[in-house]
Design a protein around this ligand. Structure first.
Ligand code: HEC
Length: 126
């Protein structure tokens, strides 16, 4: 009698374990499914524009010499988007092709790549 009671108890324990495992699996699969549904599409690679990239680069890496009155202002005076577009081919040559500018060659490979992409994509402002 005692042994059948113990057997029953074991069966109950196994059932409880199984139930817990099943509930756990159900919860795990639900939350994973939900997470998949909620997760947004990965954004398309951000477009390089004047406003989100090029302006800051010209400002920080060029305007020290190419702002009005600076040592490089005779060759190119940076004064905003229009001044870059008007000199685009010379700037592209000096920075991307011959890499004469900036004179200390301080642009990183990533900056050069983004700037070159910006020229290729038609120098969009925003
Ligand atoms: C340390 C100062 C300095 C910095 C920084 C600098 N330049 Fe210059 N740049 C000059 C000087 C001086 C000249 C004129 C002499 C020459 O051509 O070497 C010049 C010339 C140029 C020219 C004319 C080249 C040609 O062949 O007609 C362009 C275009 C130019 N720079 C663009 C840039 C751009 C774009 C940047 C930033 C990425 C930059 N420069 C950073 C000093 C600088």
């Amino acid at each position: 009698m005692l042994s059948t009671y113990k057997q029953k108890q074991r069966v109950v324990h196994i059932c409880i374990y199984l139930a817990i495992t099943i509930i756990y699996l159900l919860l795990a699969s639900c939350s994973k499914k939900q997470a998949d549904e909620i997760a947004p599409e990965p954004p398309p690679q951000e477009k390089v524009t004047y406003n989100n990239f090029a302006q800051a680069l010209f400002q920080s890496r060029c305007s020290g010499c190419h702002a009005a009155g600076g040592p490089g202002s005779g060759a190119f005076t940076f004064s905003g988007y229009a001044s870059v577009v008007a000199n685009a081919e010379r700037i592209r040559q000096a920075v991307i092709v011959t890499k004469r500018m900036p004179p200390n060659g301080s642009l990183s490979a990533a900056e050069l790549e983004s700037l070159s992409k910006w020229f290729e994509d038609g120098m969009t402002q925003q």
